[in-house]
Each structure stands twice: as structure tokens, then as C-alpha cells.
Design a protein around this ligand. Structure first.
Ligand code: NAD
Length: 325
């Protein structure tokens, strides 16, 4: 039986994978992330299955090749953590391009509603029997402008949700969709006219720090920024300063530039050694969540099914429709 070494696994991964696997592969579940220090755990495996914060750098890939791992199956859409050229021609890479764009788009809207209407603050107050509503004023979303950067699968669903709220949509994409029924504008206009900005593009060399000091200076005062895409899209220090100075009114951050060291684990006993992240989580106008926008039952089931289908296709010598090339 072919062996899959699955890294960075949690209880919520195991159930859908066991169900979808139906005993056709031996799956070795490792809680550790895949890093240069843990790569030896993949010895004897035919396939390595990794997630968003595993570190598939050149060293790790070369070791996987030496250990005769044949396939790296990413169980996520993004692959900015994979140095796939390091394995070119020696190992194949596949991914799950879409598992539930609804999960992420709905979560982004959830963050917006919570931040705007200060539901997180109200929740804390009423738990203490403090029924005072001073300081909880928000704005109507109806009639406000939302700027959406990246109009792929998730961005388009987020746009549809925002339209349901009666919002005006401005969009920016490197590859605008000619069929789109919303308006594409240059980034500078999106920055200067939007009351809410939501990021739905991948992390690439072009998009790294797309939200930086210069971009923030062009934005409306009190804009709400949502990042459910990748942490590296925002330059964290500039974002923190703008939030502190109230130039940015609120931020919903499901991802963080240096999240790999902290997210998905419980650090409540020891605390964290990342001052910017600690300060961001402590700000009343910031919601930090731990890369959980994808986390719905439907998404987990799709991730398991498509990952195993990718692996089936590889061993059957079929075309790899989800190959990372
Ligand atoms: P997608 O590939 O369908 O859409 C991405 C869009 O970004 C495309 O339209 C593309 O043309 C555009 N784009 C590429 N480069 C750009 C640039 N330089 N400037 C502007 N736009 C650019 O991807 P998707 O499924 O909609 O996912 C979007 C992102 O969401 C992913 O890249 C991933 O990082 C993130 N994501 C996060 C979670 C989570 O749990 N937080 C889960 C899934 C995906």
C-alpha cells in the first residue's frame, strides 16, 4: 500500500481524510510542520501532503527527492511556501485550487460585519452584564464602496455578497475578467474611493506588500481593511502605525506575514515573541483570526477528496489537472 506522510495535521483534518481515503492509502498523520528539521519523517513515504505554513524550501525539496518521494500534494490552494522549481523534473507538485470559495468569502464578510458593528466588543461587554452601547456605533454598509483586489473565485463571491448588502463595487485585478459585470479601476482609484478594501489575490512578487505605507496614504480615512488571502500582502508595521493613528479604521486579519511561527497552535501559556502581532491582536479595532477562513465542513471534505484524487491520478499515470507548474 502506498504511503502518504501528512504534515501539520490536526484532529479536524484526520476525520475527512480517513473518510475519503477508505483505506486505499496508508496515511501517516504528523502534527509537526514540514521543515528542514522534520523532513526526515517523510522517509519511506511515496507522497508528502503539506499545508499553508509548511516550509517547502529548496533544502526540504532536495531531501524529499533524495528520499524518493514521488509527489508533493498540497492540501491548499496557495503555494507561495513551495520552492517548486527546486524539484523540477524530479518530483511533481499538485494542489487543491478550490475547495470552498464560499467559506473564505463568507468569512471576510463576517469579519467586516463584526468590525463595523463592533460585535466583538459588544460580546465582551454583555458577558460582564455591561449593557452600555456607547462607542459601538458603526456605519450602514448599504451605499458604501468596497474595493476588491483580486477577482478570482473568492473575490467574485465576495463581490456578490457585498452587492447583496447594496454596496458599490470597485475591483482591481492583474487579469480583469472581460465578462465581469462590475467596474475595474486602477489601484490608486480603488484605494482613494473605497470605504472597505478586501484582498483576494495570491501572494506573488508583484503583490507582496501591495498594502504598504504609500498605498495606505492614498486610502480614505477610517477605511476598513480585510485580509483573508496571505499575510505577505500587507506590510505589517505600516498597517499597525496606520491603525494606531486611526488612518485605518479597522482591520480584519485572517492571515499575518509571520504567521507560520504562531498560527494553528496554542501559545496561551507562553505568549508570543512577535511584538507587532501581539500589538495587533490587542487593538480594539483589529480582529486577528488564525487562518481559519477556509474552515467549514464542506471545505475540509473537498480538500480531502481532491487531494486523494490528485494522488490517484498521479499513480494511475493520468493527466494531473491540478499540477503546480
Ligand atoms: P483565484 O486564483 O481564483 O483568484 C486570484 C485572483 O487574483 C485572479 O483573478 C488573479 O488574476 C488575481 N491576481 C493575480 N495576480 C494579481 C495581482 N498582481 N494583482 C491583482 N490581482 C491579481 O484564487 P482564489 O481561490 O480566489 O483565492 C484567492 C486567495 O485566497 C489565494 O491566493 C489564497 O492566498 C487565499 N486563500 C485563503 C484562505 C484562508 O483560509 N484564509 C483559503 C483559501 C484561499
Amino acid at each position: 500500500m502506498k504511503k502518504i506522510a501528512m504534515f501539520d495535521t490536526k484532529a479536524y483534518d484526520k476525520k475527512p481524510f480517513d473518510l475519503a481515503n477508505n483505506d486505499r492509502y496508508e496515511i501517516l498523520y504528523y502534527e509537526s510542520k514540514l521543515t528542514p528539521q522534520t523532513v526526515e519523517l517523510a522517509k519511506g513515504a511515496d507522497v508528502v501532503c503539506a499545508f499553508v505554513n509548511d516550509d517547502l524550501d529548496q533544502y526540504v525539496i532536495e531531501h524529499l527527492v533524495q528520499m524518493k518521494v514521488k509527489l508533493v500534494a498540497m492540501r491548499c490552494a496557495g503555494f507561495s511556501n513551495v520552492d517548486y522549481p527546486a524539484g523540477a523534473g524530479k518530483v511533481k507538485f499538485v494542489r487543491v485550487p478550490a475547495y470552498s470559495p464560499y467559506a473564505v468569502a463568507e468569512f471576510a464578510m463576517g469579519m467586516l460585519l463584526c468590525l463595523n458593528r463592533k460585535i466583538h466588543k459588544a460580546y465582551n461587554r454583555t458577558r460582564d452584564f455591561n449593557f452600555n452601547i456607547n462607542g459601538l456605533t458603526g456605519m450602514d454598509l448599504h451605499g458604501k464602496t468596497v474595493g476588491v483586489i483580486g477577482t478570482g473565485k473568492i473575490g467574485k463571491i465576495f463581490i456578490a455578497i457585498c452587492r447583496g448588502f447594496g454596496m458599490r463595487v470597485l475591483a482591481y485585478d492583474l487579469y480583469p475578467d472581460p465578462q465581469a459585470d462590475f467596474e475595474y479601476v486602477p489601484l490608486s482609484r480603488l484605494f482613494s474611493e473605497s470605504d472597505v478594501i478586501s484582498l483576494h489575490c495570491p501572494l506573488t512578487e508583484q503583490t507582496k506588500h501591495i498594502i504598504n505605507k504609500k498605498a495606505i496614504e492614498q486610502m480614505k480615512e477610517h477605511v476598513i481593511l480585510l485580509n483573508t488571502s496571505r499575510g505577505g500582502l500587507c506590510e505589517s508595521q505600516s498597517l499597525f502605525t496606520a491603525l494606531k493613528e486611526k488612518r485605518i479604521g479597522g482591520a480584519g486579519l485572517d492571515v499575518y506575514e509571520e504567521e507560520a511561527e504562531w498560527f494553528f497552535e496554542d501559545h496561551s501559556a507562553k505568549g508570543i515573541q512577535d511584538d507587532t502581532l501581539a500589538l495587533l491582536t490587542a487593538m480594539p479595532n483589529v480582529l486577528v483570526t488564525s487562518h481559519q477562513a477556509f474552515l467549514t465542513n464542506e471545505a475540509l471534505q473537498n480538500i480531502a477528496e481532491v487531494t486523494l484524487e490528485n494522488i490517484d491520478a498521479f499513480f494511475a499515470g493520468k493527466e494531473l489537472i491540478n499540477e503546480i507548474v
